[in-house]
Design a protein around this ligand. Structure first.
Ligand code: MG
Ligand code: MG
Length: 255
């Protein structure tokens, strides 16, 4: 979703109380999925486990029904970059799976993603995943009062480019609050010091998406959702919902 805006909404303490609660639910969904993701498990089973967390925490899903999306998680395997639909696909040793999910508490949203390799450690796969995580970490460090939106994209791009990976130009992070996708777009490339100001109370979903083959091209499959790398190379995705505080960044989607 691509939106434009020159200023970014700031959240009140009361709103942030709900957003922290939603973020904790997302983190719990991630933990539950990590705990069972192994060879022989279907991606649908991962979705079921995530649904159980939502129910237990009296939270609702911002993925289920979003433009008709049929699940509470996106499960994207290997060359699938984002928006994979959970189903009867059985995970295999060495699969790289990216899980993206979110939760709503009292009308306020959280959204986060992670990538893991199933049951083994292949150096090239691990390098892709750890680079995605490093790009996210570097971007999160830009979430400080007085920074600019462009600092985030610049931080992501410097790490992704230095590692020789690609990144799609048509998909990016976003503002988040009463809706999952709000202004502004949080691009994975940018210019330091440019764009709207980052101020205390700003919350953004930051999400580097990496293409192992080094090109930026992606293709959407006929299911209308799954986005795959055009060259068939592996893809990785990492995301957190992050708040600017007077003391620096606060990751809301972490326990
Ligand atoms: Mg997400
Ligand atoms: Mg997102």
């Amino acid at each position: 979703m691509r939106l434009r805006g020159s200023t970014i909404s700031r959240r009140t303490d009361d709103q942030l109380r709900h957003m922290r609660a939603a973020g904790r639910v997302v983190a719990e969904m991630h933990e539950s999925i990590r705990a069972i993701a192994r060879p022989g498990v279907t991606t649908l089973r991962l979705d079921t486990v995530a649904r159980e967390v939502l129910q237990r925490r009296n939270a609702t899903s911002n993925f289920l029904g979003y433009h008709g999306f049929p699940a509470v998680i996106c499960a994207s395997v290997n060359e699938e970059l984002v928006h994979g639909i959970p189903g009867d696909r059985v995970l295999d040793e060495g699969d790289l799976i990216s899980i993206d999910c979110g939760a709503i508490i009292n009308g306020w949203h959280g959204d986060a993603a992670f990538s893991i390799e199933i049951a083994t450690s292949t150096p090239s796969t691990q390098r892709l995943i750890t680079t995605a995580e490093a790009a996210l970490d570097a971007a999160i460090r830009q979430m400080v009062d007085g920074g600019h939106l462009g600092d985030i994209g610049a931080a992501v791009d410097s790490i992704v480019s230095a590692a020789g990976y690609g990144s799609p130009t048509d998909y990016c992070g976003h503002g988040i609050g009463r809706a999952m996708h709000e202004e502004p777009d949080v691009e994975n490339r940018g210019r330091r010091g440019k764009g709207p100001l980052l101020e205390v109370g700003v919350v953004l979903a930051i999400e580097p998406m990496l293409i192992g083959g080094g090109r930026n091209d992606v293709v959407e499959l006929d299911d209308g959702w799954t986005v795959v790398t055009a060259d068939g190379s592996l893809a990785a995705h990492a995301e957190h919902t992050v708040l600017v505080t007077p003391n620096g960044p606060e990751i809301l989607t972490r326990l």
